[in-house]
Design a binder for this molecule. Structure first.
Ligand SMILES: Cc1cc2nc3c(=O)[nH]c(=O)nc-3n(C[C@H](O)[C@H](O)[C@H](O)COP(=O)(O)OP(=O)(O)OC[C@H]3O[C@@H](n4cnc5c(N)ncnc54)[C@H](O)[C@@H]3O)c2cc1C
Length: 426
């Protein structure tokens, strides 16, 4: 027991009721917070008001986010040098500050690094050079293949006897070449601006597109997006995360050397699971930051607005509502960190497990942002205040990186699969 002789307020930091950060952790957090406050917040607010076309136009302020972020010196090597438990906490601190600054830009920065992260994980020098300094994206969903990209278990999750969903993007592997045709969905983050893509698609290795149980064969490959045959759709106009440029990418007989592949044949689904787990952990940190931002603006407003003869903060009901929001921010952070630690440190992570944390965090972020808007009263609906943007940003996250109902259903499927292997039966 920690014995106190005086009643003091608890130790609290930017990230709430946090055990003390080391000097290095504190310094990283402070510098990313400054970047979030001075660059992401104003830039995100400016881009939010622009049309989707203007956000991606040449000379748009959007592109400055990459040069400004690079100045922080937060390379993947920095995390690799830290002890594993500390690396998890630092990664979480960084992701939360990015989300606190602007969710759309936080996601854009994360997605931009996906191809390089994958190239680094493979250790392939040519691919690392291909991706370094480029804006990346992760191409996996397609117009007719959204939630279906998450189907792994044909026996439990698909119609018996029917082939799986081949989707609208596929590869043919012939000799030393991969030929790609089709298109990705309009939702691909950074799709409208990316220079390189980490692509997942159905594949024919010479024996058709399907495994004997009907599951589509797959292929994952890094594709430079300046190759002949690559074209773009118009950038997506949407309700939230408007600073994040989304859009379709079309592939017309795009020829890529087979050595750009990061997973072929039997390695496909395992590789895909790694990328998806990686994406899910980033989402959880970012939307913890969104929940915290919504809580903070509500806390401030309650210290400014008077009703019933007193400041809102002096009403018991309002304190309850703020307490409930703070509790949910803490819940989000704890869940986000635990899932990040599991994804990075467990010998065998799984995307349905990481995705479940994304569900919890984004549901909480939506709840907190909605309650914060409610605390603003009519002012909450005005574009003059920052809260309506946070609500719109959080709303998109309930679908982003997997729709939340379907993800929860798949957590149940995971429980069924684990139970069949003996889990929870002792
Ligand atoms: C902000 C944002 C960013 C995104 N970024 C990317 C990205 O970087 N890369 C990328 O490839 N994609 C990206 N996406 C796409 C995202 O992953 C998909 O939108 C998501 O997986 C859902 O797919 P869908 O939109 O096709 O919906 P659908 O799969 O068509 O789902 C529609 C509805 O049907 C329900 N449903 C679906 N399947 C089932 C089932 N088997 N049983 C019962 N109900 C079902 C769902 O619950 C949902 O309510 C992004 C999306 C958003 C919104």
């Amino acid at each position: 027991m920690q014995l106190k002789t005086q009643l003091t307020l608890p130790h609290v930091g930017l990230t709430g009721f946090e055990t003390p950060l080391s000097e290095e952790e504190g310094a990283i957090q402070a510098s990313v917070h400054r970047f979030a406050r001075e660059v992401l917040r104003p830039l995100g607010a400016e881009l939010d008001k622009m049309s989707a076309d203007d956000v991606v136009a040449l000379g748009s302020p959007y592109y400055s986010v990459f040069t400004e972020f690079a100045k922080l010196g937060l390379s993947p090597e920095l995390l690799a040098e830290l002890p594993p438990e500390m690396a998890v906490r630092v990664e979480s601190l960084i992701g939360e500050e990015l989300g606190w600054g602007d969710a759309g830009l936080g996601v854009s920065l994360g997605a931009a690094g996906f191809p390089l992260q994958m190239a680094t994980a493979t250790g392939n020098r040519e691919l690392i050079d291909l991706c370094t300094g480029k804006i990346g994206c992760w191409v996996i969903t397609q117009p007719d293949k959204g939630s279906d990209v998450q189907v792994f278990d044909m026996a439990r999750e698909w119609v018996p006897g029917q082939p799986g969903n081949k989707g609208n993007l596929w590869a043919q592997v012939r000799g030393d070449d991969i030929v790609i045709n089709g298109q990705c969905s309009a939702w691909v983050s950074n799709g409208a601006v990316a220079q390189v893509a980490l692509c997942y698609m159905s594949a024919d290795y010479g024996n058709g597109f399907f495994e004997p149980d009907g599951r589509p064969n797959g292929l994952s490959v890094i594709v430079p997006l300046d190759l002949p045959g690559v074209a773009r759709g118009r950038p997506l106009d949407k309700i939230g995360q408007r600073a994040l440029p989304q859009g379709e990418i079309y592939f017309d007989n795009v020829r890529v050397p087979k050595r750009y592949a990061v997973a072929l044949q039997d390695e496909y689904y395992g590789n895909m699971a790694s990328t998806w787990s990686y994406a899910g952990t980033h989402m959880s940190q970012v939307f913890t930051g969104v929940a915290r931002a919504a809580f903070e603006v509500a806390l401030q407003y309650c210290h400014e607005r008077k009703q019933g003869g007193r400041l809102l903060i002096d009403h018991q009901l309002t304190r309850f509502r703020l307490g409930d929001m703070l509790r949910r921010v803490e819940l989000s952070r704890a869940t986000a960190r635990r899932s990040l630690a599991f994804a990075r440190l467990s010998p065998s992570s799984h995307p349905y497990a990481t995705a479940s944390a994304k569900v919890t965090v984004t549901e909480e972020a939506m709840h907190v942002a909605g309650e914060a808007l409610q605390l603003f009263g009519g002012a909450g609906t005005s574009r003059e205040y920052p809260i309506e943007k946070l609500v719109r940003d959080a709303r998109a996250a309930l679908i982003e990186d997997g729709e939340n109902r379907v993800l929860t259903m798949r957590l149940g499927l995971l429980a069924q699969q684990l139970y069949a292997e003996g889990w929870a039966q002792q």
